[in-house]
Design a protein around this ligand. Structure first.
Ligand code: ATP
Length: 295
């Protein structure tokens, strides 16, 4: 059967469009976990990761045996339906939440099982965070928010790096403003600067553009991608937006707490097509379980 174009399925192709010739077929080369090519130099590794919330009837298996390697010097997008475990995975990988079992290694250091004190120290300088809600300290200026991780760690600020980041993010004339005096996009750019100031091993971003208009979202995503391409940064971003994941080198897809597939060099069209394929395969799998073959 010929592969359907997602635009046909969504009813976006009009008769007028059809008359101008065939719509190019979008092909998404999704790769299943058993065929993932090896990641030569992982910045983050998870092995047999599980996370169970609650007990008894209310128990939720948010992560169910995740094995994954995320490459150094790449922007990786973590995608999946609502409730598939994206945020839980990111929080465990970043040492914000403890897994129920399994191991996590970040930049060669095993973080699973680490004491809270060591984890806190690691998070200050080796891991950067960008959250949907910016999480800036309201009483501090933009400049003070940016240098906060280094100030807390009593580490010196590399002025050259500070200037370069501030210039790239076009924050030079906003440095003395407090968060309430900044737009959402500017606040998120301050959060990106704060995440990068200590040259961390990896930056974790959880729906970083969820509160932004599309212009501000593209600025923030463009900056995250440039931090990878130009500064060699490693970034792991949770998103449900194909437009955001299109900035990534690789999108990995979760479903029901398991790793489902990956897509290299994604764009919005191939991500939509991958989501359609994966959802159709899940439904077909569920039908098989619901109606087992008779002996
Ligand atoms: N603190 C918690 N206590 C109990 N269950 C939780 C908790 N946090 C998450 N869960 C459950 O774990 C599962 C995975 O949640 P998670 O937030 O990781 O999914 P997600 O893919 O990030 O979802 P979304 O896209 O909606 O943010 C869900 O079923 C959720 O209800």
């Amino acid at each position: 059967m010929p592969r359907l174009d997602i635009r046909h399925l969504l009813g976006l192709v009009t008769a007028g469009r059809r008359s101008r010739g065939p719509v190019p077929i979008v092909r998404a080369d999704v790769v299943r976990p058993e065929h993932f090519p090896p990641v030569e130099d992982p910045i983050v590794t998870a092995r047999d990761l599980t996370k169970v919330y609650g007990t008894g009837n209310t128990q939720v298996r948010a992560l169910d045996g995740i094995d994954v390697d995320l490459a150094r010097g790449e922007l990786t997008a973590i995608m999946g339906p609502s409730g598939s475990g994206k945020s839980t995975l990111m929080h465990c990988l970043a040492g914000l939440d403890a897994p129920t079992s399994g191991t996590i290694v970040v930049d060669g250091v095993e973080v699973s099982g680490m004491s809270q004190r060591r984890l806190t120290a690691l998070r200050r300088t080796r891991i950067g965070f960008v959250f949907q809600s910016y999480n800036l300290v309201p009483t501090l200026t933009a400049a003070e928010n940016i240098t906060l991780p280094l100030d807390i760690a009593r580490a010196p600020v590399d002025r050259e790096r500070f200037d370069m980041i501030v210039r790239t993010l076009e924050l030079s004339d906003r440095l003395h403003h407090r968060p309430t005096e900044l737009s959402g996009g500017q606040q998120q750019r301050v959060a990106c600067a704060r995440a990068l100031i200590a040259a961390p091993a990896v930056v974790f971003a959880d729906e970083p553009t969820g509160n932004l208009d599309s212009t501000s979202a593209n600025e923030v995503l463009g900056f995250l991608r440039r931090s990878v391409d130009e500064l060699g940064q490693s970034v792991v971003m949770v998103t449900h937006e194909p437009m955001a994941a299109a900035y990534a080198h690789r999108a990995v897809f979760l479903a029901d707490g398991r790793l489902e597939a990956e897509l290299r060099s994604p764009d919005s069209d191939t991500i939509l097509e991958a989501q359609r394929q994966l959802s159709a395969d899940r439904e077909a799998g569920a039908d098989d379980v619901a109606a087992p073959a008779r002996a």
